[in-house]
Design a protein around this ligand. Structure first.
Ligand SMILES: Cc1ncc(COP(=O)(O)O)c(C=O)c1O
Ligand SMILES: N[C@@H](CCCC[NH3+])C(=O)O
Length: 423
């Protein structure tokens, strides 16, 4: 079931015509469907009903407060990777006891903030990080709950930039190093090892890498038991892919069934950190055609959304379905859809065939709910897009469009004078 559909020849977001939202709020415009978000969360979470589990939505996929608030109300926890994401999760009402904190570069202040919030646990990615967390916790007279992130050296068969569980990736600890780190954790007074963690990559379209990683974690779990370490949480990370084009990733139900079956004899709580599979298809990016032109035999559709708004095509060569907001009359065109930024890498689609459009027409890039707005920038001094959340025939602006003032606000003090550093 899709909540972005054509009705009477017009693309709708749930019950609202996309063109009507654009009339009110302009372009480029991110539009999200709240109904889709709730449905995706429930479909994912219920797939693991057969086992004690906690779904920790990965905030990085889409950190809009409205997303986090909806998911918190549905009972979700969150996977965070920065102090900023912790701040957002708490602001949106996420229960700190359902927050796990991943990432290779946690700073002292970020660790302090997470300890003050009393989050469920830190997913620790190095020995130095473990030592730092112990020290910071001691300074605050607290004991930090930790899990060590294991790099299982499993090929997730995805884009190399989003593969995280191969030994050449910066993430986690090799299994031999992780064993030593658990022994160290056990001896440190201000950390308590309560879990084990891994995350092998993103946009996984096959079940086998998940199962391979889980088998390695289970074996490792046995080794920990032999060392007298009994952990309560097994965090398998996120990574389940979605269909952008012709991919056929496993349905959450299929993943759930396989994981529940594999873990049924282990006394652990399973943690999952899904991002894309929940957020990806909740959103579209709508853009207006500014110009069309043909150079020699190549046609360009120049739109007002650019790589600063949706960087995935430029960064990974990713595919996003492009469609006209007004249903076509059968006439088609083949073109590159490009933005106004001064780089040839600034494109939303290459050599794509879609209903013929001209100046002033609207196009939508689909599957833009995850890693869309969150990866946007102000490159070329472009003010960032607004974000709208739709539910049925109602909507709300969940992030206002930036104006030029927003582009300079943080710099204006610097216009005053230059001075010496205060020692
Ligand atoms: C540690 C961690 N957990 C969860 C995720 C979420 O991944 P995805 O959006 O592919 O589900 C990521 C991103 O790959 C991650 O790095
Ligand atoms: N940003 C990536 C996903 C990265 C996942 C984070 N570890 C994407 O757009 O596909």
């Amino acid at each position: 079931m899709h909540y972005f559909q054509y009705k009477n020849g017009q693309l709708h977001a749930e019950d609202i015509a996309v063109a009507d939202l654009v009339y009110e709020y302009g372009t480029p415009l991110y539009i999200y469907s709240a109904t889709t978000l709730k449905r995706h969360y429930k479909a994912f979470d219920s797939a693991f009903e057969g086992i004690d589990h906690l779904t920790c939505y990965s905030v990085k996929a889409n950190s809009n407060l409205s997303f986090l608030k909806i998911l918190a109300q549905e009972g979700a926890g969150t996977d965070i990777v920065s102090g900023g994401e912790l701040f957002r999760a708490l602001r949106a009402g996420v229960d700190p006891k359902k927050i796990v904190y991943s990432g290779v570069g946690k700073k002292v202040v970020e660790i302090q903030e997470a300890l003050f919030a009393d989050i469920l646990m830190f997913n620790v990615e190095s020995v130095q990080e473990l030592e730092r967390i112990n020290e910071v916790a001691a300074g605050l007279d607290k004991v930090a709950r930790v899990s060590l992130r294991i790099n299982p050296d499993v090929d997730p068969k995805t884009h190399p930039y989003v593969s995280t569980g191969l030994k050449e990736n910066k993430f986690g600890l090799s299994r031999p190093d992780a064993l030593k780190a658990y022994a160290l954790a056990k001896s440190l007074p201000n950390v308590e090892p309560i879990g084990m963690d891994c995350h092998i990559g993103s946009q996984l379209t096959q079940l086998s890498p998940f199962m391979e990683a889980l088998d390695k974690l289970k074996e490792f779990h046995g080794q920990l038991l032999e060392m007298g370490i009994k952990i309560k949480y097994m965090d398998l990370g996120g990574g389940l892919g979605i269909t952008y084009n012709e991919e056929t990733p496993p349905h959450p139900e299929e993943l759930g069934k396989a994981l529940v079956e594999s873990l049924k004899d282990l006394d652990v709580t399973l943690i999952l950190e899904p991002g894309r599979v929940i957020a990806g298809n909740t959103g579209i990016l709508v853009t207006e055609v500014q110009y069309t032109k043909t150079n020699e035999d190549k046609t360009f559709v120049i739109v007002d959304a650019a790589m600063n708004d949706l960087v995935r095509p430029s960064l990974y060569g990713s595919y996003h379905r492009i469609a006209s907001v007004r249903e076509g009359n059968g006439e088609e065109m083949t073109a590159d859809v490009v933005g106004p930024i001064c780089e040839s890498g600034d494109f939303l689609a290459k050599n794509r065939t879609f209903p013929k459009v001209g100046q002033g027409d609207l196009l939508a890039a689909f599957s833009a709910g995850a890693y869309g707005f969150v990866m946007s920038s102000q490159y070329n001094s472009r003010a960032r897009a607004a974000e709208i959340m739709v539910e049925g025939d109602k909507h709300v602006v969940v992030r206002k469009r930036e104006v030029y003032n927003d582009l300079v606000a943080l710099e204006e003090d610097g216009l005053a004078c230059i001075g010496r550093l205060k020692k």
